[in-house]
Every structure is written in C-alpha cells, then in structure tokens.
Ligand binder design. Structure first.
Ligand code: SF4
Length: 221
C-alpha cells in the first residue's frame, strides 16, 4: 500500500465529509459508553431513540449498577440482544463504581477490562470524549477499509492494527470518523453509491457498482 494512495484517499474523503462525526447522541463519557454498548447489532438511530428516555432516568454509573437486570432489559429491549446488553451494562456499571469511583477511565487497558467493552468501544471513547487518537473499527470502517484495500484481515482488531500502520497517528480518530461516514452515506453495504463516490477511481473493489445512464446510452446509439 503506497503512502501516496492512502493520503489521496483520505484527503478526498475528508473533503467530502467535513461534518464527519459520531451519529450516537451523548453528553458525557458515561452516556457514550452506554450508547456504544447498545449500538452492537443495532442502528445508531434506534439507539438514539432509546437513550433519549434512558439518559433522563439513569444519570450515573450507580443508577445503572443499582437497577434490576430484568427491568433494565425491558428499557433497552428494542436495541436487540437486550438480555446480554443489560447484563453487561449493569456489570460494567458495578465495575465503574467499585474500581473507578463511578467514572469512565481514559486508558485502553482499563476500558477493555470492563464488561461488554471491546477495543472498538474503547477506541470510540478514547477518540471522541478523551481527545486521544484511536482507531475505532466498526462495521462501516471495516467494510470501507476492505473495499478500498486499506486492510486485508477479517478480524476487526487486526484491521485496527493495519489502519494504524498506514495512517499517521495524529489522524487516527478523524480518519476513522471519515471512513465510517463514507460507509454510512455512500459505500453502503448492499448497494454502494459508486456513481457519486469521490474515491471511485482508486477503488478496485469487486463490490463496485457503476450504474450506467441507460436513457442517455439509448439516445446516443
Ligand atoms: S467506488 Fe463504490 S465500492 Fe468503491 S469505495 Fe466508492 S462506493 Fe465503495
């Protein structure tokens, strides 16, 4: 992978998505932690609907820690896998209270030691509320990285390492947001909008879908 190619791709994407940002709504590290755990196998839009009510009711790690799993499960039911998510969030909240005085830690090792928190969730927090550089590989970043040949492996944690190697550290968080936004808005999983894609030229993906203007073609025949 040439350095120039990576630079070019990222520069085009940054220009195309100057507003690239997280879709999840949050006002503090705890809210982003809960929202990111809920976002597993669920759309961010659905999570935002659920957290609109949830965050009014639960304001501290203690509030989550003291809740009954069955009750909390019903509150987050529509995000899917709600039993697992409820178990993890309540366990995580207990760990925050016991080990971190109710605060969300800002160190990768501490974050991934919490229940339900993997490297992706930890990186989302580090990059977006703690001002650190982190590569959060979600489903969109994963797909776009593969289609643009920025990564090859099938393990998201390894894709994170691959991206960290080819993207300068000071650009990790921003690049991730831009790749994710491209995945949501243009390089969509089932039907990528290649006709309007700003990185269509350097993209050699077999998923590339160029729809010809048949009306124009017929007229010119
Ligand atoms: S050309 Fe298509 S497949 Fe390639 S990055 Fe753009 S939208 Fe994705």
């Amino acid at each position: 992978m040439s350095e120039d190619r990576v630079k070019k791709i990222l520069s085009l994407l940054k220009k195309a998505y100057p507003d690239a940002a997280l879709v999840l709504h949050y006002k503090n590290p705890l809210e982003l932690l809960i929202a990111t755990i809920l976002a597993a196998q669920c759309t961010d839009e659905r999570v935002n609907k659920v957290t609109e009510t949830l965050f009014k009711r639960y304001k501290s790690a203690k509030d989550y820690a003291n809740e009954k799993q069955e009750v909390f499960g019903q509150e987050i039911r529509s995000t899917g896998f709600y039993k697992n998510k409820a178990r993890n969030i309540i366990a995580c909240a207990n760990q925050l209270v016991e080990r971190f005085d109710g605060n969300v830690p800002d160190i990768m090792e501490d974050l991934i030691s919490l229940s339900g928190v993997g490297r992706k969730t930890a990186s989302v927090l580090l990059g977006n509320v703690f001002g650190k550089q982190a590569m959060a590989v979600d489903t969109h970043v994963f797909r776009v990285s593969h289609r643009l040949e920025l990564a090859k492996t099938n393990d998201p944690d390894k894709v994170e390492q691959e991206l960290c190697k080819i993207i300068p550290r000071e650009e990790w968080t921003r690049s991730c947001l831009v790749l994710g936004t491209h995945g949501r808005r243009t390089c969509i999983a089932r039907k990528p909008l290649c006709n309007v894609c700003v990185v269509e030229k350097p993209c050699h993906s077999p998923d590339k879908l160029i729809i010809k203007d048949t009306l124009f073609d017929n007229k010119t025949r």
